[in-house]
Design a protein around this ligand. Structure first.
Ligand code: ACO
Ligand code: LMR
Length: 264
């Protein structure tokens, strides 16, 4: 019989060997002819399946809402400083992307992990938040530098509205809202933030769509796919900030002495 030489790479998401590239088996022409969008392409390349329209629409809304949040946030600041140092597009982009992590934009996976674990174990919001406090861990998905109980994040409200209208179930999101009610009773800045909203709502998408087995959901949450949404979305804004600085011919940035506390 035929002997297959062992390969050095295994790949399961795309194939460019035929007449046209396929994403998870779907030819590019079919993607274009069906009028599919970026949410569908993400479904094929990340989740290896076509998802219902309300799911792909939700993914697209996440991307649009997280594309930018002004020049002052960690990522945009780094990108602006890098572009003003004369660096190229890719350097300016990755400089901003490198700030995405547990405090900024990269708390979505941990929010999903902790909310899922707490909800599935039947912990009350009080038990969950206080157990996190005992462990010295900040609740991922809770807290914001400028958003407050009386100045909610519009992005969170928009995501919640879409999900309440279109998802079959929003049980994880409702749990996150109950957690927020408890944390807000402790401090006014401890709102459910956009990472927490996406993390909890993606759990509802995965569990409620009927498209994923329990094992697959555990794998997605375990590996941590969801920070990818913020990385992808914010790249749009960071690229925009790079072009903006170049267009404005901004000089090298130097932080003012007056804004530094020099001390021993
Ligand atoms: N869980 C529990 N307590 C918290 C949390 C939280 N998530 N966030 C803040 N606190 C507490 C802090 O412990 C602090 O109390 P302490 O001084 O007695 O320790 C108090 O609230 C004030 O905290 P600050 O450090 O002043 O809050 P800051 O404004 O610097 O932090 C941040 C904002 C980084 C978002 C913070 O709330 C946090 O770490 N949240 C969890 C991570 C997260 O979800 N990040 C994503 C934010 S959204 C985005 O980036 C797009
Ligand atoms: C963002 O989306 O970048 C923000 O929520 C973070 C911030 O500091 O405002």
């Amino acid at each position: 019989g035929k002997v297959r030489a062992p390969t050095h790479i295994i790949s399961t998401i795309s194939d460019d060997r035929g007449e046209e590239p396929c994403y998870a088996g779907v030819p590019m022409s079919s993607i274009v002819e069906q009028g599919l969008g970026v949410g569908d392409v993400i479904s094929l390349l990340w989740f290896k399946r076509s998802l219902p329209r309300y799911c792909t629409k939700f993914i697209e809304i996440c991307i649009m809402l997280c594309a930018d949040h002004g020049p002052c946030v960690s990522g945009a600041h780094n990108t602006i400083v890098t572009a003003r140092a004369g660096k190229d597009l890719v350097s300016s982009l990755v400089s901003g992307l490198l700030t995405i992590g547990p405090r900024f934009g990269g708390a979505i996976d941990d929010a999903a992990r902790y909310f899922k674990d707490a909800y599935d174990r039947g912990l009350t919001p009080y038990e969950f938040v206080e157990s996190m406090k005992k462990k010295g861990i900040r609740v991922p998905g809770i807290g914001h530098r400028i958003k407050r109980g009386d100045n909610r994040d519009k992005r969170v409200e928009l995501l919640q509205l879409f999900a309440r209208t279109n998802f079959p179930s929003v049980k994880y999101m409702e749990y996150a809202v109950q957690v927020e009610t408890y944390t807000l009773s402790k401090a006014n800045n401890l709102v459910l933030n956009v990472d927490g909203a996406i993390g909890s709502l993606f759990l509802d998408l995965l569990a409620g769509s009927g498209m994923f087995t329990k094992q697959e959901i555990d794998e997605i949450v375990g590996i941590g796919y969801l920070n990818g949404l913020f990385v992808l979305a914010r790249s749009i804004g960071l690229i925009g900030h790079t072009f903006d600085q170049k267009r404005l011919k901004q000089p090298l940035y130097r932080h003012p002495w007056e804004d530094v506390l020099y001390t021993k």
